[in-house]
Design a protein around this ligand. Sequence first.
Ligand code: FE
Ligand code: FE
Ligand code: ZN
Length: 277
Amino acid sequence: MLIIGCHLSSSKGYLAMGKEAVKIGANDFQFFTRNPRGGSAKPLDLEDIKAFEEYRKANGIVSVLAHAPYTMNACAKDEGLREFAKNTMLDDIMRLDNIEGALYNFHPGSHVGQGEDVGIQLISDMLNSILTKEQKTLVLLETMAGKGSEVGRTFGEIRAIIDKVTLNEKLGVCLDTCHVFDGGYDIVNNLDNVIEEFDKVIGLDRLKAIHLNDSMNYLGAHKDRHAKIGDGGIGLEAIERIINHPKLKNLPFFLETPNDIDGYAREIALLKTLYKD
Ligand code: FE
Ligand code: FE
Ligand code: ZN
């Protein structure tokens, strides 16, 4: 069974997201924990979460992925910004621990001229100050396109962060197809090699989610502009190979394509027809 869904607005709460997912044929979904440009989260509504968990069981929603705000930069130069990133992640994890098997994805950060090594150190320092044995939420590092000074463009950088984190059993990876393609990994012509390299450098056991996006740009463009499925440099045939690859096909896929809700429903329906059970 293809586990597929898309990014949804969280403004009406968990139950509303669950219902919207089911309505568009999805069995997973992603949402922002708070305004993607920052700000505080809504108060935790435990009634809503309880209703959602019941709805979810009855309707087969397999996976829930929360996305941290973009403004969170764990390796900012400014200490106040790093403190903001830390407090945001702490608060997000505390909330997400109320959701069964929640995954929490974040952009590792931008080193803003301090260099990758400093970036990697600051990101792992932050994770070391946040992660606890008791937390249930799994924190995912997203593979990045390498726009500006983004850390996490290469599998090696992701691995370096994981290696510096003591409680790294709380860490996983979310592979974004647009980002890795823009980052220079040829998932169109060499998917097997890219997956093999991921396995060698990071380990496929760390791979917990896929952001399924086409790219408006070419291989290695470092731009990070998502395109609709089949509308970009990756193309529909490569996307069909990705969702059917034996090492990927059982992972949850999340669309972050430029679509309204009807567009997402159409992409989900299309991908289901391309999936081989
Ligand atoms: Fe992201
Ligand atoms: Fe993404
Ligand atoms: Zn992106």
